[in-house]
Design a binder for this molecule. Structure first.
Ligand code: TXA
Ligand code: MG
Length: 344
């Protein structure tokens, strides 16, 4: 384990961007803000650095990483774009969309980062600091969310600190992120597939494609038995406290994760109450989701009761993450994959 490293924390200045690029070039591990969540970046071409990254996160090594690039041109050097992929990239990059595409023959990204798959996940992040770091470094940067494996994704530098202090080299603190859930992942296969709902609502993608996105068949995976998007592992986003979904009331010693303006019975006696968006705004709810789950997880409550959140737009990604949180950490070892029909 990398515990015992000296982790530097720098405010997101030009000097920090230069330090981050230098650190990446030396095989270092750098946490930086993207518009979705904080990423833990390292040089995508450096297999040793990637091995350190998996170790720092405590992540199962079969879980492939997203390569972050500065623009479509850089993407075309590592992945083969079909017409659909080009259309989506032009419509939504930079932004919270990840495309899964075949690797190019001379793709510089280490096999370890793609877990031996012949496809690669890539995206152009929209955050000013992420873009500056990518520009200064000059190559693809693989970056999973900057949390310990199994924890919720970090939406502030403080979250990164609490998970990864002493395990990584540098944290660039760019404040709270704007989107709050991870990127939407689309597999650009013969039939375009929604591999993970996320910060870009499905409807916007379908409008540009002019066709619906398929969901992977239950138990879908490649020949090696790897899940198509292992982020779909059931308990990927689990707080330690039990989570009770679609709560219409608050029971004894529960904390409440509320949504919308309406009070619920028992709320006055809740161990703690946080409202994802009291005006019922899904974008605001997405931005608050992981931070509030983390905060309620520290209250010592018996469970976190979660009020229903609508399923449309960003609600699809929010409900997906809530469902995973509710699967519980004890079921983690089972590594059951959530099937598409479970995602509702
Ligand atoms: O918003 C985001 O996407 C954030 C920021 C940092 O960019 N990153 C992120 O990375 O969420 P991570 O590693 O936590 O999730 C990446 C997901 C995983 O579910 C992984 O299995 C999937 O992408 N993935 C990566 N490569 C893939 C591939 N070739 N085929 C299918 N799924 C892939
Ligand atoms: Mg993650």
């Amino acid at each position: 384990m990398n515990v015992g490293l000296k982790t530097q924390i720098l405010p997101a200045t030009e000097a920090a961007v230069a330090s981050a690029a230098r650190c990446l070039a030396q095989g270092g591990l750098v946490a930086f803000p993207t518009e979705t969540v904080y990423g833990l970046g390292t040089d995508a071409a450096n297999a040793r650095a990637i091995a350190r990254l998996y170790e720092a996160k405590g992540r199962p090594s079969f879980n492939p990483l997203i390569a972050h690039i500065g623009d479509i041109g850089a993407g075309m050097r590592i992945a083969r774009f079909n017409a659909m992929a080009t259309k989506l990239a032009e419509a939504f990059w930079p932004g919270p969309l990840t495309l899964v595409l075949p690797r190019t023959n001379d793709c510089a990204v280490a096999d370890l980062a793609t877990a031996g798959l012949d496809t690669i996940a890539i995206r152009v992040p929209a955050h000013r600091i992420a873009r500056a770091i990518l520009r200064a470094f000059g190559g693809p940067v693989v970056a999973p969310s900057a949390n310990l494996s199994g924890h919720v994704s970090p939406t502030s530098a403080a979250h990164v600190q609490s998970d990864l202090m002493g395990r990584i080299d540098l944290i660039v603190d760019g404040g709270a992120v704007a989107v709050g859930v991870e990127s939407t992942i689309v597999g650009c296969f013969d039939a375009p597939m929604l591999l993970r709902p996320g910060g870009l609502p499905r409807g916007e993608i379908e409008r540009v494609l002019g066709r619906p996105l398929a969901r992977p068949a239950e138990d879908a995976g490649n020949e090696a038995g790897q899940p198509l998007a292992p982020g779909m592992l059931a308990s990927h986003y689990a707080p330690r406290t039990q989570v009770r979904l679609n709560a219409g009331n608050v029971e004894t010693n529960e904390a409440l994760l509320a949504f919308g303006p309406e009070p619920v019975p028992g709320m006055e006696a809740a161990a703690a109450v946080m409202n994802l968006s009291s005006r019922g705004d899904l974008a605001e709810a997405a931005a608050n989701l992981f931070g509030y789950l983390r905060a309620l997880d520290t209250q010592g409550a018996r469970a976190i009761a979660v009020m229903p959140v609508p399923h449309h737009g960003l609600g699809e990604a929010i409900n997906d993450r809530l469902r995973r949180a509710a699967m519980g950490r004890d079921q983690k070892s089972a590594r059951r994959q959530i099937g598409p029909r479970d995602l509702g």
